[in-house]
Design a protein. Structure first.
Length: 509
């Protein structure tokens, strides 16, 4: 099922016997709506902090105002199913009411909102809808933007006024969904519960999705979208490996671990998107760190000696701010001494073995950025690494396979690379189902029977691993009740259409 936009899940709550709005709510399932308990109290003409749950015969009327026209929007009647009373004083605790439609179902164009937990770095702003008095917008309502600041006492999330918004949040916004933008469209990160009348502070607070679930678990427990376990076009990291999200490469990790044990330099070559960086970052590095090794990574860019010097300086002086003198000292030493001897000295100083990852080694072959003579000297330094008595320093580089001829053209490269070249091949189709299902299962999400097999077949083997991850990330936010279906998959046009669809949306935007 494709998610609906804000106009399809936002409702206004009306005072009983009147068309006047007292607050806002939002649809969370085919028959369920959330709002604040104090909004329900206002609709029933009770004191806003009244604690007792309304009787079973109480009815609340909601209007799908944004779906309507000049004559108004579709109206629906609701009864109260869940009740967490508003706080007796202050702003902390409770204030959730769960409504169930009575009689007719949702009008055409309406549907449940996607529910996600808020993460301030990813969602710095939220949008809320309401019916303010200042300036008066009680007839049609209006949107405003708030900054998401993070959690405060009582489990609430603080929202601050956006200085660019013409209208600040105020009591007429109570019960509004706090809307954030996801790749799949509008999503709800919480419910606005408190908006200050104080023009100087502009304080507003939202109840996060996690607390909404606690207030109405029977309806909301399976409605949230867990954090996406797929990495799209990004590389996997050690943190992903710790969460069990990097799967399907155990054989290659073990093989590479064995090579690194016996060789001071290993070059991992493979096609673009095959997973070279992920194999090192989420596979090899966690494995050797488990054995007590120190690790570091860098990209050579157009100044490979300086980039490596910075990493070695950090390894030597991990608790000190680096200076230009530190960097110059290591840069000079790299060009005057053997790398394996310097590495052995550094490893002895730190008291453990060291692995340094040179990511995207092909960058030094860009002659417009890195002078060919500098690139040749840097590669010679790596290829000339020899076994030191303590075997203290290990270097592992990742290289796109279409740049292998450049590496092979170096004098005596064949002998110097013998037993040091690791070719990473595309993942076989038999391993793709594990890549698809295992991360989802870790978050309690399942695929419709037969869908995993269909996706694996459409991927065309491990050559499409990056495209597969991208497709799964796009598909993730279309799930309903922790389940991904064929309809969701075909809704994004499958593996072949997911990227083109995303590109078209980006272009149109």
């Amino acid at each position: 099922m494709l998610p609906v936009g804000r106009e399809g899940f936002t409702v206004r709550v009306l005072r009983v016997g009147s068309s006047a709005p007292v607050g806002v709510g939002f649809v969370v399932s085919e028959r369920h709506i959330l709002t604040c308990a104090h909004v329900v109290n206002a609709a029933l003409s009770r004191d806003k902090r009244f604690q007792d749950r309304p009787g079973d015969d109480a009815r609340i009327q909601v209007e799908f105002a944004i779906l309507g026209d000049a004559d108004g929007g579709p109206l629906r009647g609701c009864k109260i199913d869940a009740w967490a009373p508003p706080p007796k004083s202050g702003v902390a605790g409770g204030d959730v009411a769960g409504l169930v439609l009575v009689g007719e179902g949702l009008p055409e164009g309406a549907g449940p909102a996607l529910l996600v937990d808020p993460h301030a770095p990813h969602h710095p702003e939220v949008e809320v809808f309401g019916y303010p008095d200042d300036p008066p917008r009680r007839t049609r309502g209006t949107w405003t933007t708030l900054h998401l600041r993070g959690a405060v006492g009582g489990g609430l999330v603080q929202l601050d006024d956006n200085s660019t918004s013409a209208i600040r949040a105020q009591p007429g916004y109570s019960g509004s969904p706090a809307i954030v933008k996801e790749d799949a469209g509008d999503a709800v990160a919480g419910m606005l519960a408190v908006a200050s009348l104080d023009k100087d502070t502009g304080d507003a607070y939202a109840i996060p999705v996690s607390q909404l679930i606690d207030a109405w678990p029977d309806v909301l427990a399976d409605r949230t979208i867990p954090p996406c376990p797929y990495r799209g076009l990004r590389s996997f990291t050690a943190a992903d490996a710790a969460q069990g999200l990097f799967v399907g490469r155990n054989e290659e990790i073990n093989q590479l671990r064995g090579m690194v044990t016996h060789q001071p330099l290993v070059v991992v070559a493979g096609a673009s998107g095959v997973g070279k960086s992920s194999l090192i970052s989420a596979g090899l590095i966690p494995a050797v760190e488990h054995d007590g090794w120190l690790t570091a990574a860098f990209r050579p860019g157009d100044k490979p000696f300086s980039a490596l010097a910075k990493i070695l300086t950090v390894l030597e002086l991990p608790d000190r701010a680096l200076t230009s003198d530190d960097l110059a000292r290591w840069t000079n030493r790299l060009q005057a001494e053997e790398l394996y001897e310097l590495g052995s000295e550094l490893a002895l100083l730190r008291g453990t073995l060291i692995l340094v990852h040179v990511d995207q080694l092909e960058e030094i072959f860009d002659s417009t950025a890195c002078p060919p003579e500098v690139a040749r000297r840097f590669l010679d330094m790596l290829l000339d690494m020899e076994q030191s008595h303590g075997d203290y320093l290990r270097m592992v580089g990742t290289l796109r396979s279409d740049f292998l001829p450049y590496l092979a053209a170096l004098p005596d490269a064949g002998n110097r690379l013998r037993e040091r070249l690791f070719i990473l091949s595309p993942m076989g189709k038999n391993r793709l189902p594990q890549v698809i299902t295992q991360p989802a299962e870790a978050t309690g999400v399942r695929y419709e029977d037969g869908l995993v097999k269909r996706i694996a077949a459409d991927t065309g083997g491990g050559n499409g691993l990056a495209l597969l991850e991208f497709t799964l990330e796009e598909l993730w936010h279309h799930q309903q009740q922790r389940r991904i279906t064929f309809a969701d998959y075909y809704g994004i046009n499958g593996v072949t259409g997911a990227l083109s669809g995303y590109a078209e949306r980006a272009y149109q935007g």
